[in-house]
Design a protein around this ligand. Structure first.
Ligand code: ATP
Length: 197
């Protein structure tokens, strides 16, 4: 499973999912967009349903990618430890959690993190300016950690949002179908009628 706010989904997410599939011979990657993240409000107040739709659009051409409504359909805040437990029921052959190194480094701030660390293997993607050396030391030594072998991809949702807002190009950062949807729905303060690119 690959949890995230996906506000919006970008090519970094897709490359990480593709590499995880290939390097660990996964059956599938299930994207799990957050509903109401416990730690911070969603930037620009983009509803879960919109973020879910963008993930659907981005993954439509990938037979081994699917998108879960599990967190989107839950009314209150969702905690990853609970989502992982639910996913293990749905996918009894096993679940691994795909996560970027920036987020994994802060996992000790999450609800019930010692249980979360022991609950499934983690596939950790490099991110620019994030040290992965600490993942072999406590508390991460309680977890089964697998590092994705790939260069860090310098794309983030916050940079994508900033570029839409500033009218800068997002070409190559966002899948074309998602870009169209963002412009059609005027998300992230994007200017009307094809400005930017
Ligand atoms: P933001 O810039 O708003 O913080 P983000 O780009 O990190 O967003 P999220 O939806 O919060 O996107 O991320 C979902 C997961 O994908 C997280 O585990 C995050 O670390 C990971 N991730 C996001 N972008 C990348 C990237 N370029 N390379 C590797 N992992 C990434």
């Amino acid at each position: 499973m690959f949890g995230g706010t996906f506000n919006p989904i970008h090519v970094g997410h897709l490359r990480v999912a593709e590499e995880a599939l290939r390097q660990f011979e996964l059956r599938e990657v299930v994207f799990v967009p957050t509903g109401h993240p416990p730690h911070r409000p969603v930037a620009d107040g983009v509803p879960a349903e919109d973020r879910y739709t963008m993930v659907r659009l981005a993954t439509a051409d990938y037979p081994q990618f699917s998108v879960s409504r599990f967190e989107v359909d839950r009314p209150g805040p969702c905690y990853t430890v609970d989502t992982v437990a639910a996913m293990k029921e749905i996918y009894p052959h096993g679940v691994a959690f795909i996560v970027g190194a920036d987020i994994f480094a802060r996992i000790h701030t999450w609800r019930d993190w010692p249980r979360l660390l022991r609950s499934c293997p983690f596939i950790v993607a490099p991110r620019p300016a994030t040290d992965i050396g600490s993942f072999s030391r406590p508390p991460f030594d309680q977890a089964e950690v697998h590092l994705l072998q790939m260069p860090p991809i310098p794309v983030s949702s916050s940079e994508v949002r900033r570029r839409y807002r500033s009218g800068l190009s997002t070409t190559g950062m966002v899948p074309p179908a998602v870009d169209r949807w963002i412009r059609d729905h005027r998300l992230y303060g994007v200017a009307p009628s094809g400005a930017g690119g």
